[in-house]
Design a protein around this ligand. Structure first.
Ligand code: PEP
Ligand code: MN
Length: 337
């Protein structure tokens, strides 16, 4: 930690700052310049709250040198993590495709869309059986019946299942049907759920919180990793900003930032990030170009009558065309889909 003192910091204030730092167990290196004094404090614990120092009289700025996350960080593991999901890699050279409807609605719908997903070459089928809806009057999902339908459709077309868990008491049930647990944006800082996900064996797709910083997102991954589950990947799904021509603001730059800060894979969800179908293909193409390790895309063949998120669902033909474009972009940067 580096502490930059006020130009006008008095000797007594400096002494008091040093006393505090030593009290917290830091080793101190003081450097007195012509205008300012800078103090280097060695031995900062990950959980140290730097505000304990920034609040002291005579302190101008405090900078952390080490990150508050460890297991999720590049410093902990230099090589990119590749998660093996029943033989399918997530991370590494191959870009993983996850597609399907927002909600599982019925058997017919799920089997029709699973067929499209398989035809596109994607390996993962998505669909929500427990839906986190803003309104309690909106469709809440089919629950276990939806999970059964989704598993059957995925098995029929040799796909893997990705579905959301909203609360701890759903874990056991969903575990019977899914291959990947999705932790939704609204639960990114549900710490008790994160701790439980640290105890399961299956991979976790950790979506970014609606107003979460990248550091907070990394800390949520740290919860899962520190519980023992090493199979975590991030999903950028847009964040809340002042802009309202899109449902959320797609933070494309999160992709290179996560790649720099973490060894874990990151995929992008241009569907929830934009909320409107005409914006999904451009953002999907951009995400692949930016280095995303995968994409999650919502599709529907009757979006006007979809039970959730119809306006952002791609029609099957648009999705299939997009997949061809994504393959070209992937090959231009030495990757495959
Ligand atoms: C979803 O993927 O179905 C979903 C609800 O996404 P998010 O948690 O990102 O809003
Ligand atoms: Mn959705």
């Amino acid at each position: 930690m580096v502490i930059i003192l006020d130009k006008k910091a008095s000797e007594a204030q400096i002494e008091n700052i040093v006393k505090h730092l030593e009290g917290f167990g830091f080793q101190i290196h003081k450097s007195t310049g012509a205008e300012r004094t800078i103090i280097g404090a060695i031995g900062v614990k990950p959980n140290f709250d730097t505000r304990n120092i920034s609040i002291l009289d005579g302190v101008d700025e405090v900078y952390r040198v080490t990150t508050p996350y460890k297991l999720a960080g590049r410093n902990f593991k230099e090589d990119d993590t590749v998660i093996n999901i029943k033989g399918v890699p997530l991370g590494g050279n191959e870009i993983a495709m996850i597609a399907g409807p927002c909600s599982v609605e019925n058997e017919n719908q799920m089997f029709r869309l699973a067929k499209v997903v398989a035809q596109s070459g994607a390996k993962f089928l998505r669909g929500g059986a427990f839906k986190p809806r803003t309104s309690p009057y909106s469709f809440q999902g089919l629950g276990e019946e939806g999970l059964k339908i989704m598993r059957a459709a995925a098995d029929e077309y040799k796909l893997l299942v990705v579905t959301e868990v909203m609360q701890i008491d759903q874990l056991e049930l969903i575990d019977k049907y899914t291959d990947v647990f999705q932790l939704g944006a609204r639960n990114m800082q549900n710490f008790s759920l994160l701790k439980e996900l640290g105890r399961v064996e299956k991979p976790i797709m950790l979506k970014r919180g609606i107003a979460a910083t990248i550091e907070e997102w990394l800390m949520s991954a740290e919860y899962i990793l520190s519980g023992g589950n090493k199979n975590v990947f991030f999903c950028e799904r847009g964040i809340r900003t002042f802009e309202n021509y899109t449902r959320n603001t797609f933070d494309l730059s999160a992709i290179p930032v996560i790649h720099k800060k973490s060894h874990l894979p990151i995929i992008a969800d241009p569907s929830h990030a934009t909320g409107l179908r005409d914006q999904v293909p451009p953002m999907a193409r951009a995400a692949v170009a930016a280095g995303a390790d995968g994409l999650m895309i919502e599709i529907h063949d009757d979006p006007e009558n979809a039970l959730s998120d119809g306006p952002q669902a791609l029609l099957p033909e648009t999705y299939l065309k997009l997949m061809e474009e994504l393959r070209l972009i992937a090959s231009a940067i030495g990757r495959t889909i």
